[in-house]
Design a binder for this molecule. Structure first.
Ligand SMILES: [Fe+2]
Length: 269
């Protein structure tokens, strides 16, 4: 992992010069998480809403040969998206605001060195509706995310549930900063969670402190319906669940603290 430095800071704040971030070409950077059931290879580990941790430094590093044409532009566009999402953290208040400030400081230390590849996860079928909602609720983010959305590394990594056999087809996340993300950090994670309409994301918990920011799609968060713009904080090992409404839920998430230990279901199915 490259040492943190000014290049990483400029990337996370939207700078384009000196980018070393690459979008991997086909066949590179495949998913790495062993319980993934939707891609041609095991999915990657990371934080956010997913299960299956990874030891720092142990993540697979895809090679850079065969990088897609226009990779530099893809890199710059992803960096700009991350910078815009990071800017949303300044809107948080109270305990959520304190966590957002902590996350922002940790993001300064992330490094940009890894390529990423589209996962072709079935979850992407919800993207058109999610992007339509985002055009209404956060058009600035929609403008940057739209061209990138289908090519992001969407994935899912929880153990299967007998009571929700299609859950892995209807929820997942794309991680931009984290132990196995394009922008590497063992201290903080940042990404997008996407949950299909009426999908129930059952109760789960994890050691990391988690901050969600709803971008589009009103959803039920542990019993409370929260609109776009809301921040939801989950403290260490706090049990929580979500249920999407009539529209897909697209939310920014961050993890801090123990970003390596996995998220686990609170109760077996
Ligand atoms: Fe969570």
């Amino acid at each position: 992992m490259a040492a943190p430095g000014s290049g990483a800071v400029s990337l996370l704040r939207g700078g384009r010069s000196g980018s070393r971030l690459r979008r991997a070409g086909a066949g590179t950077g495949g998913p790495r998480r062993p319980v993934d059931r939707t891609g041609p290879a095991p999915a990657s580990t990371g934080c956010g809403s997913g299960a299956g941790g990874v030891a720092p430094g142990s993540a697979h590093r895809p090679h850079r040969r065969g990088a897609a044409v226009g990779a530099e532009q893809m890199s710059a566009d992803l960096a700009a998206l991350v910078a815009l999402l990071r800017g949303r953290l300044t809107r948080a208040e109270g305990r959520a605001g304190a966590e957002a400030a902590k996350v922002s400081g940790l993001l300064d230390r992330a490094s940009a060195e890894a390529p990423y590849a589209a996962s072709a996860h079935p979850l992407v079928r919800h993207l058109p509706a999610a992007l339509a909602g985002l055009e209404r609720d956060a058009p600035d983010i929609a403008a940057l995310l739209g061209p990138l959305a289908q090519g992001l590394p969407w994935r899912y990594g929880y153990d299967a549930r007998a009571d929700l056999p299609d859950l892995h087809l209807n929820m997942g996340w794309a991680e931009f900063v984290g132990p196995a993300a394009p922008l590497r950090s063992d201290e903080v994670c940042l990404g997008l969670t996407l949950i299909g309409p009426h999908t129930h994301y059952p109760a789960h918990r994890h050691p990391a402190v988690e901050l969600y920011h709803v971008l589009t799609g009103a959803a039920e968060w542990s019993g409370d319906w929260r609109p776009p713009g809301a921040f939801i904080l989950h403290e260490t090992n706090q049990e929580h669940a979500m249920r999407a409404g009539d529209e897909p839920l697209l939310a920014l998430y961050t993890w801090s603290g123990d970003v390596v230990s996995p998220s686990v279901w609170s109760a077996p199915s």
